[in-house]
Structures are given as C-alpha cells and as structure tokens.
Design a protein. Structure first.
Ligand SMILES: [Fe+2]
Ligand SMILES: [Fe+2]
Length: 302
C-alpha cells in the first residue's frame, strides 16, 4: 500500500532536486536508501527485546488506544481503507463509522496522506515495542463520538467526513488531544529509550497539529469559529483549568500554537484525556463517546 509507505530519503531528495532543476540522484542515493532500510529493522527489534517496566508498557498501551483512533480516522477518510485492511490482520475491536472524504484541495489531500502514513506507523511501532503485552484495538465508534461532539460543541449535524472543513476540525480535535496526552505522560516514563521515542512521536503529533491548525487559521473566520467551539468543548470536559486554546487571531498575532508563557505546549493527565474522548467530565468513567467499551489496557478510567 504505497499510500502508507513512508517516503524514502531518495524520494525526498529527488523531489528536492527536481524543484531545483537538478537531475535525479537515484544512483547516488541507492546505497544510502539501502543502508537506511537495513537500519530500520534492528531498531524496532532492539526496542522489542528490551525489558520494559510494567508502568511504561501501560503508558504505551494508553497511547496506543489514541493511535488506533487516529489511524482509523485517517485511513478511512484519506485512503478509503480500514486498519484491518492496511495491517492485513484483525486488529481487535469493531470500528463504526468513517468514510472517504472528497478533498477539493490536493494540497490538503497530500498533507493528510503524510499524516495518515505517520499514524499507521505509530500504531505499528507501539505494537512492536509492547510486543505480546500490546493491547488490541478498542471498539471505536466515530458515529456516536462525533454525534456527542456535535451536541457538546454546539455544532449541529457536525460530520467530519462530510467535507474538508469538518475533516480538519475533527483532525484538530484528535491531534491536540494526542499532543497533550504525550506531554502529560512524559514525566511518568521511566525507560529513557522509550522516553526518547515518545518525544519523537510527540514531535510528530505537534507537526500534525501545527499543520492542521495553520490551515484552519488560514481559512478564515468560518473555520476558526467552529474551532473555537471544539476548543471550548474540550475545556468543559477536561477539568476546571482553562487549558485549551483555539487557533484564532489575538491582536496582530495568530494563536496557532497553544503554549504557556514560556512557549511550552500544555499537557493533560490521562484522566483528562479520557474525559475528552469519552465525552464526559465526571470522574470514574470507563467508557463513552468514541470508546463505547472504553480504552483497552490498565489506564482506562477518568
Ligand atoms: Fe499518532
Ligand atoms: Fe497525529
């Protein structure tokens, strides 16, 4: 499935050379590509082989629930396939809803294909690290989840798969949650190699979020207004603190990056992340919203 294969160094360099009017560097880079490909496998194998502290396994499984959610969201809408088809195996729980989105803008389509490939690889990577301790995909319900968002955010008939703008807003909902989840869990990761990988995934989610929020911001008031609704909905769900920030204009400045006074992105506890994806601000909740049977793994209660 070429859509999900990360671009190789050679493809990226060829594209760069083509923009600069240079010839293809295929031959010169073939050796580099081969080295990169051969290096890719041992890294994953090494991660799997190391013994993980059980609490690190729990954190990675917590993140894996969110990665399954993101992966199914993008695969269905951008590629028109499912996680089971992409991985050529039954990943676990059923997934309800989601369908191919007709992207009018090829730049947006290309952006989401990039993100989709990353999400697919995040699932693959976390499953490989956790090995046999890896959770299966939880039951995911996009229909119920987004119906709840529509009601809670005051966006009647909000359907992220209906058009490009709605799909960006749905992506913002998930990407912002992903960034804050990795940030909020970082302090509890004990193994430094795992922490480094998690930092890399956090960066990847930050790029996703920045790209998505930039487009929403650039598209003007109609898109921004709906992003405010989503942001305020998250803020009502995730505890009393006012953490969430929409990509709006403040004075002569955009607020694409939700950061504190030190320029540091904020994080959420796992419980507050669960409040959002379960669509419920209460404590002790174990299911709801996008996850009708709750998260899989040990971190699953608000
Ligand atoms: Fe991801
Ligand atoms: Fe992402």
């Amino acid at each position: 499935m070429s859509d999900l294969t990360p671009l190789t160094d050679r493809e990226i360099d060829d594209s760069r050379r083509s923009l600069l009017g240079l010839g293809s560097a295929k031959a010169a880079l073939a050796a580099v590509g081969a080295i990169a490909a051969s290096a890719a496998l041992p890294i994953g194998a090494a991660a799997e082989a190391q013994s993980l502290h059980s609490s690190d396994t729990d954190i990675l499984n917590f993140a894996l629930n969110l990665e399954y959610l993101e992966t199914e969201y993008y695969l269905r809408a951008v590629v028109g396939t499912t996680g089971d088809e992409a991985f050529r195996t039954n990943l676990g729980g059923a997934v309800r809803g989601g369908r191919k989105v007709a992207f009018a803008n090829p730049v947006h389509d290309g952006l989401f294909r990039n993100i989709t490939a990353n999400e697919y690889k995040h699932v693959n990577f976390l499953r490989s690290i956790n090995g046999s301790a890896s959770i299966q995909r939880p039951v995911i319900d996009f229909d119920a989840g987004f119906a709840g968002v529509a009601q809670a955010a005051g966006l009647p008939d909000f359907d992220p798969f209906a058009n490009e703008m709605n799909f960006f807003l749905g992506a913002m909902l998930f990407e912002d949650v992903g960034v804050t989840a990795y940030k909020g869990s970082a302090r509890n990761i004990r193994n430094k190699q795992i922490l480094e990988s998690a930092a890399g995934i956090l960066a990847s989610e930050g790029y996703h979020m920045g790209a998505v929020r930039s487009v929403i911001y650039k598209m003007g008031d109609d898109w921004r207004r709906r992003a405010v609704n989503i942001s305020e909905m998250r803020d009502r769900l995730d505890g009393p603190q006012d953490l969430d920030q929409p990509p709006v204009q403040i004075g002569d400045r955009s607020n694409v990056v939700p950061a504190n006074q030190n320029g540091i992105a904020f994080g959420r506890t796992p419980q507050h992340v669960l409040n959002i994806v379960y669509g419920n601000p209460a404590q002790g909740i174990v299911a709801g919203g996008f996850f009708p049977e709750g998260f899989n793994g040990r971190i699953r209660s608000t």
